[in-house]
Design a binder for this molecule. Structure first.
Ligand code: MN
Length: 245
């Protein structure tokens, strides 16, 4: 007996979670759509919560093949040397865990996809900064915190020729959803901006660091992959290819 999948080992991807207090209990949370998008790309998700001892991330990365940084609350502005203004749902343990995860992923060359807060973690971990609140800091910007459902596309982006995201999505421009009030400001060393919305807000960055495949997107591709012909599936498939099938 043989099959196409015979002999292949499914690649495992660490997927980070948030922590928040509800009903007097702290709970770890992750939208189901992340898990489904990763599984649809024939990868196995393993959820990693904020850890008390950040050195534990080394043990996690010993055992996984890729990393997905997910959405959630804001990063503490002190992490990029700024005073706190208009920030929401900061979690120091989550900041510490995710920053250590990406620094260690870079040391090991583990392919990394950052989504929403995840693009911001990539940027801040390597020395970049954030726009703390688009609505107050950039008057005239598009509405990036859409009222429409997460599965609705609400603004367009333009993708840089030759970039990983453009290859993965297969088009020079597309419509995306938008559920963020912060964005990349000063870009981290070792990264390039590969997509922007019409108002100039950074919507994708990617690593130019030798031997490390890492991309960050400001929208939520995991909520846009339901349709079989969704271009956003290409991002998760690109992660699988970067890991090596
Ligand atoms: Mn946006």
């Amino acid at each position: 007996m043989s099959s196409v999948s015979e002999g292949k080992t499914a690649q495992i991807v660490a997927v980070t979670t948030s922590v928040s207090r509800e009903d007097d209990t702290y709970r770890y949370r992750l939208n189901q759509s992340y898990v489904q998008a990763v599984e649809n790309a024939r990868l196995v998700p393993v959820l990693i919560p904020p850890l008390r001892d950040v050195r534990s991330v080394e043990r996690v990365l010993d055992r996984v093949d890729g990393l997905v940084l997910t959405g959630g609350g804001d990063i503490a502005p002190l992490r990029y040397g700024a005073e706190s203004r208009n920030v929401r749902s900061v979690s120091a343990p989550r900041d510490a865990t995710e920053i250590e995860l990406v620094l260690e992923a870079r040391r090991r060359g583990i392919p990394t996809l950052g989504i929403c807060r995840g693009i911001q973690i990539l940027n801040v971990a390597f020395g970049g900064s954030l726009v703390q609140d688009i609505g107050t800091d950039w008057p005239g910007a598009l509405a990036h915190d859409q009222a429409a459902p997460r599965t609705a596309r609400s603004h367009s982006i333009s993708l840089e020729a030759g970039s990983i995201v453009r290859e993965a999505l297969g088009a020079p421009a597309m419509e995306v959803n938008s559920l963020h009030h912060q964005a990349v400001d000063r870009l981290a060393d070792g990264f390039v901006v590969t997509a922007r919305s019409g108002d100039g807000v950074v919507e994708a960055i990617e690593s130019r660091i030798d031997g490390w495949w890492a991309i960050g997107v400001q929208w939520h591709p995991e909520d846009l992959v339901a349709a079989p012909d969704s271009p956003d599936r290409g991002l998760f498939n690109a992660l699988r290819r970067a890991i090596g099938e």
